[in-house]
Unconditional design. Sequence first.
Length: 321
Amino acid sequence: MNSRLKNILKKTLPLLLGVFLIGYSYSITSAEDRENIVEAIKEANYFWVIISLLLGFLSHLFRAIRWNLLLKPMGYQPRLINNIMAIFTAYLANLGIPRSGELLRATTISTYENVPFQKGFGTIIAERVLDVVMLLLIVLITGILQTEIILDYFAAKQINFVKLITVGVGLLICGSLFLFYIKKAKSGILLKIKHIVQGLIEGISSIFQMKNKGLFLVYTIAIWVLYIAMFWVVKFSIPETAHLPVSAILAAFVAGAFAMTATNGGIGLYPIAVSNILLIYGVDKTAGDAFGWIMWSSQTIMVVLFGALSFLFLPILNKNK
């Protein structure tokens, strides 16, 4: 398989998967169910959806401010409006081509604020590494809160804990050996993996070398609290989800977060993932589907709207550059 075909597949497969999942979701619901879902979406209280959008926008604003904290030690302090627009254009690009947004974001800030591409891209990688750490932390907290449900699931599936622990230890040993060989690698695919791992480590270490580490951490926590809050407030838009506890919202949030990485912006998969988690907490499929579609479509519309406006106004507000 040549590199051109690989690139085409890499760009189109997530989108095709999302379209397939939309079709699959449509096919497994009856005409009555689809009508009920549409009706639930129409009757939703959109006051809470608007609050969710405001919280989402605020999280993007904090991300733009936090980005300057990474750029400032290198001698760069872009205008905040350019940071925000660069972030929205990146999100919009990711809806079309996964991971293309990071490149576009670095290119945008390089074009309009004279930040060298390599340095700008390096700060974005550092952000992404920290975001992965934060998501894993939320997964851990969710797992702790869901201990009883997880144990009940294991009991229902008759999963042997001794075997599970044995598999876990085995994977840990294999992972340790793999990292050892990567560390010693001098050529081939292992060397490429080694460089990736080293880049991730360097990205994390650059955060700890900052002068404003405390402020950076505050913004990071605030961003993720806002992510969860914008998900949480939407539960009040539908009567069937208004009673959900924080543990249920966190579980659905984690499912949605992983769905966002599997297809372009979570297209097709996001509502399915969220709805299936809510089923565990007694929310019927119609309400769960409505919740998932409201959450996904509202945030996607915001990204498309502000991303398009950013593409339009970036050259206008920076006409002298």
